[in-house]
Ligand binder design. Structure first.
Ligand code: SF4
Length: 334
């Protein structure tokens, strides 16, 4: 990503699709969109100049307290403490903190303690040192206390506390699995793809129509209903190509993949959708689950629509598009 956009201006000049494509596979797509917005704001409103304080940095799109403080300390030498996961762990153990580190008041307390220790130190180097200590010595499961350069002053070590209990965290909830169906609607070797809404999960990425299963609905019924609701189109005979599984950061998806032609075959293209060969579609930003669906389609290649992939026309002659009953909406990402 950094090779592709080596400067602020290069990132600001890029289209959103280019940014999302370069980010593809790294997850957390909202970060790419916010980075892009921030770059444009910095170039358009500030002549390409960075704010130099944590307070001003935090006004940029997508910049929260941690990033603002880390950049202010490390790039501009502002004496502020930035605590990420490693730093929080070190600070909690060092002070014997029993409170949960996801609580704001605990974080504030830990940051204030470290700020007291930082006086007279270069802020950037201090921040790096704390992070590195957490990465290399004060590790989550087995801290190497005898090798620790600050062990003599550490309450966890001097009081014999349990590193498995400090830092305290909120119990983890199980990652839910969302089940649904997706439809690879094929006509003359091209598949119908649509773009997810810009704001929200996987915003701006392209995928097949589809969505969540309702109650005891059969997978094919879900596929047909979602296709109709999202695009206004009906499908002819559908072939089931198995299910696609993918885990995102906070949930997993299990999607039944169906392939088949639209009914009638020469239906106009719904607004905002495109008929594309798989190789054309691969130039667009895609969610990982959609990439997996593409692979499945290639593995299970069949005549399907009666023509070879990549040899058809984008739309039948005369097709001008009809209003879709619904635009792509927030739903199970594919
Ligand atoms: S002494 Fe052990 S627990 Fe304390 S900061 Fe060092 S590595 Fe972490």
């Amino acid at each position: 990503f950094v090779r592709r956009f080596p400067t602020l201006r290069a990132l600001a000049r890029a289209s959103r699709a280019e940014v999302l494509k370069a980010w593809q596979g790294m997850g957390y797509y909202a970060r790419a969109r916010r980075l892009h917005r921030a770059a444009r704001h910095l170039v358009d409103a500030r002549g390409g100049q960075w704010p130099r304080t944590a307070e001003d940095l935090e006004r940029l799109p997508g910049v929260g307290p941690y990033i603002a403080r880390a950049v202010a300390a490390q790039a501009f030498g502002e004496p502020v403490v930035a605590l990420e996961a490693n730093g929080l762990r070190v600070a909690a153990r060092w002070t014997g903190e029993r409170g949960r580190i996801d609580r704001p008041e605990v974080r504030t307390r830990l940051a204030a303690t470290l700020a007291g220790e930082m006086i007279g130190q270069p802020p950037g180097r201090f921040a790096e040192a704390v992070m590195e200590l957490g990465e290399t010595v004060c590790t989550p499961r087995a801290p190497r206390c005898p090798a620790c350069p600050v062990g003599r002053y550490c309450r966890l070590r001097t009081e014999g506390l349990d590193p498995g209990r400090i830092p305290a965290r909120r119990p983890r909830s199980r990652r839910p699995t969302h089940r649904g169906s997706i439809v690879a609607l094929i006509r003359q070797g091209r598949y119908l793809l649509q773009r997810r809404p810009m704001d929200g999960l996987l915003g701006g990425l392209w995928e097949f129509p589809g969505g969540h299963r309702k109650g005891r609905e059969r997978p094919e019924a879900t596929a047909r209903r979602e296709l109709r609701e999202e695009t206004g189109l009906l499908a002819g005979p559908l072939q089931h190509l198995g299910s696609i599984r993918h885990s995102y950061s906070h949930f997993s998806v299990e999607l039944d993949l169906f392939r088949g032609p639209p009914k009638p075959l020469d239906v106009p293209t719904p607004p905002g959708r495109r008929w594309l060969t798989l190789s054309e579609a691969r130039r667009l930003p895609l969610p990982r689950a959609t990439e997996k669906a593409f692979q499945r389609l290639e593995d299970r290649a069949s005549p399907g629509s009666g023509s070879r992939p990549g040899r058809g026309h984008a739309s039948p002659p005369g097709a001008t598009g009809v209003p879709a009953r619904r635009s792509p909406r927030r739903r199970t990402p594919s």
